[in-house]
Design a protein around this ligand. Structure first.
Ligand SMILES: [Ca+2]
Length: 484
């Protein structure tokens, strides 16, 4: 019995030693292992989108425009240096919300115009629906631009528990009107409020965070309307930049500063609510800065255009890098490793990536174009994708395969350009004549995608509104003054 007891004691002693050793090993391992390799379950997600922000127009990208809040997030988080979007507003937002290329559902051409009656088809399963199904509180603050003519296409009906903001693509920042028509809502109700839209968005985001029920993770989609035209900013923000004499540049600078101010308020609100350590913040622009007035929007712009996409070529509305590659960052303390993460990411990847992060299911999605790139974002791992589809529509297309990029204007007169982005990120040196086989292969890929695409809803609607409508008659009374 004694022996047995001693033996038991010995076992206990050994067990204690082993347990202590194991604990020491575990602590050492935890201290040595990067925390960012760990997956926390269902963090809060704050997804921030700027509108028409130039690639170069943040402090951390080298601009003189002060963006201290974004710079802090970039310094303590990951800069995503090869982050691609569609070249314009609605298609990028559609790609984000569905995880599918806009060419799949007819959103690949242009943006939804104010008089447009179409939107993202209702059979598309959207990111907020997915996160809501996974137990998230889902809030949207800002610009929607994914269908406004039918309330069935509005955010509350597409998975958001709450919506505050505008449904169309371009509003006056003070009157909240588009072409004189008010476009300002809380949930499904039109409201009238005074104030500069992007500051109101910041106010609302802070309220959503402060009022968040900690029993549920929060998904907040914060989609600013800045620095999209019209170039307007509150006087007190303009007054922070007295040395900028060009009025467009002064207003644009102030608009970027407003966005940065609101991002700073959001981070403070997360700190105050004790949510910061369990919150993934993502930030990027929806397309490149406007460098051609053709793509400035409904507002007539006098004078020079202020955005810079340097050193990238061209800007919004084009398939060159300046239209499609945007400054992007991710920040989540102890989970996103700080640094520059260079793997290829397309905005369609964000839905499956956030499904991974949130423990959500993509089973209800239609076939995804996106892929889970969480390791790229979190640790800078190599990207699982080697291809970027910039866009394909009946007039043009562009794809990237590895470092090779083809830009193909297929409408007459046609133009084909081939670039080696590793050597020539500014797309200055067209190599199409030197590498005809590479050109042919990439053209084949574009044609294959074109064969799968849905007809552009914008073109169908333009035809419907003109060909299937009564004649527009001239008014002969205007001639009366001329003697008739
Ligand atoms: Ca935009």
């Amino acid at each position: 019995m004694k022996i047995s007891l001693r033996f038991t004691d010995q076992i206990r002693a050994v067990s204690r030693r082993q347990a202590a050793a194991a604990a020491t090993t575990l602590v050492a391992a935890l201290m040595a292992a990067p925390l960012w390799a760990q997956q926390a379950s269902a963090p809060n997600i704050i997804y921030i989108v700027a509108d028409d922000l130039g690639y170069a127009d943040t402090g951390y990208q080298g601009s003189t425009i002060p963006t201290p809040s974004l710079d802090d997030l970039a310094a303590s988080g990951a800069e995503l240096t090869n982050f691609y979007v569609q070249p314009m507003c609605s298609p990028t937002r559609a790609a984000l919300m569905t995880g599918r290329y806009p060419l799949r559902y007819g959103m690949q051409t242009g943006v939804i115009p104010g008089a447009g009656t179409y939107g993202v088809p209702l059979d598309e399963y959207m990111l907020p629906q997915m996160l809501h199904d996974a137990g998230y509180q889902t809030a949207m603050v800002g610009k929607w631009h994914l269908g406004h003519a039918d309330a069935a296409m509005w955010p509350k009906q597409r998975g958001f528990d709450s919506f505050y903001g505008a449904t169309v693509g371009e509003i006056d920042h003070f009157t909240h009107e588009s072409h004189g028509v008010p476009d300002w809502y809380r949930d499904n109700t039109p409201i009238v409020e005074e104030g500069y839209d992007n500051i109101l968005f910041g106010d609302e985001a802070v309220k959503v965070i402060a009022g968040h029920d900690p029993a549920k993770p929060l998904f907040l989609y914060l989609a600013f309307t800045a620095p999209h035209t019209p170039y307007q900013a509150p006087q007190d923000v303009l007054d922070r930049f007295p040395d900028i004499k060009d009025p467009n540049l002064q207003a644009y600078t102030a608009m970027v500063a407003v966005v940065d101010d609101q991002v700073g308020r959001v981070v403070k609100a997360l700190d105050a609510a004790g949510m910061r350590d369990n919150t993934l913040i993502l930030f990027h622009s929806d397309n490149g800065g406007v460098v051609n007035a053709l793509f400035a929007g409904d507002t007539k712009v006098d004078g020079g255009l202020p955005a810079s996409n340097a050193p990238l070529r061209d800007g919004k509305g084009t398939l060159y890098e300046g239209g499609t590659k945007v400054a992007a960052l991710a920040n989540w303390p102890n989970h996103v490793q700080p640094g520059k993460h260079d793997g290829l990411i397309h905005v369609v990847d964000m839905l499956p990536t956030l499904a991974d992060v949130a423990g959500a299911s993509t089973a209800k999605s239609l076939p995804l174009d996106g892929t889970d790139v969480w390791p790229v974002i979190a640790t800078g791992a190599a990207s699982p994708r080697s291809e970027i589809v910039y866009n394909v529509d009946p007039l043009m297309g562009a794809v990237r395969d590895g470092d090779w990029k083809l830009v193909w204007k297929a409408a007459l007169p046609p133009k084909v350009e081939l670039f080696d982005l590793a050597k020539d990120p500014g797309e200055a040196d067209d190599l199409a004549a030197q590498f005809p086989e590479k050109v042919a292969a990439l053209q084949q890929r574009i044609v294959a995608l074109a064969a799968e695409m849905a007809p552009p809803q914008l073109i169908l609607e333009a035809i419907r509104l003109t060909f299937y409508a009564p004649p527009v008659s001239g008014d002969p009374s205007v001639l009366f003054g001329q003697g008739d």
